[in-house]
Design a protein around this ligand. Structure first.
Ligand code: G3P
Length: 217
């Protein structure tokens, strides 16, 4: 499973990239707001830092506006993925932009049928939002499972990019279900390495090592 980091914070991306944890990056208008950065500058900086797909989202609501914005974003770098919302206008923009050779990430997906039409429109990535379904007492992972089955039934090449990931358990479930990619905030990716028994075991080893009086270096 590929790891994308869901942030526009360049320092956080750099830190995780040094550990080999970043196969790509996703941003959205809320994350640009949080970063306080100019979208074009931040996107360019991230795309130079990370060779994998870097999603930058359009904000127009008509297909024409999304296509124009998408073309401008795509010019920033060859690894830019234009992110469009899952509306009919977004799907039209997806069709046009992907036909021009631009990677497209169709976002705000909350149903299997939405994922089906995004694949038909030529999406490179589909972004089902797991956490937001959990928020309304639905099971976001059920959606990932359904999309996986549908895409496999018909050999759709659209990659499932599990988004709105809030917990390390979401990450485990995505990996078990066969999501192609998961995008998570830096704090969730960092938490993947944590376990209290690791900390406890290490503490015991350090105490015993001190008693040996030995040194390795
Ligand atoms: O990738 C989508 C993500 O940024 C949305 O996450 O936590 O706002 O639902 P959240």
């Amino acid at each position: 499973m590929k790891f994308f980091v869901d942030t526009a914070d360049v320092d956080a991306i750099r830190e995780l990239a040094e550990l080999g944890m970043v196969d790509g990056v996703t941003t959205n208008p809320s994350l640009i707001l949080k970063s306080g950065r100019d979208i074009l500058e931040a996107t360019r900086e991230i795309a130079e830092l990370i060779p994998g797909p870097v999603s930058a989202e359009v904000v127009g609501t008509s297909a024409d506006a999304m296509i124009a914005e998408g073309r401008k974003l795509a010019k920033i770098a060859s690894n830019i993925t234009v992110k469009v919302p899952l509306t009919w206008d977004g799907l039209k923009a997806c069709r046009i932009l992907s036909g021009e050779g631009t990677m497209v990430n169709v976002t705000l997906c909350f149903s299997a049928n939405q994922a089906l039409v995004a694949a038909k429109a030529g999406a490179t990535f589909i972004s089902p939002f797991i956490g937001r379904l959990d928020d309304i007492n639905l099971d976001g992972m059920d959606l990932i499972r359904d999309i996986r089955e549908i895409y496999d039934n018909y050999n759709f090449e659209t990659q499932i990019l599990a988004a709105s990931i809030r917990t390390v358990n979401h990450v485990t479930q995505c990996a078990l279900t066969g999501a192609d990619v998961m995008t998570a905030p830096p704090n969730v990716i960092k938490a993947l390495a944590l376990h209290p028994l690791t900390d406890k075991g290490l503490e015991q080893f350090m105490q015993d090592w001190a008693k040996t009086g030995q040194k390795i270096l």
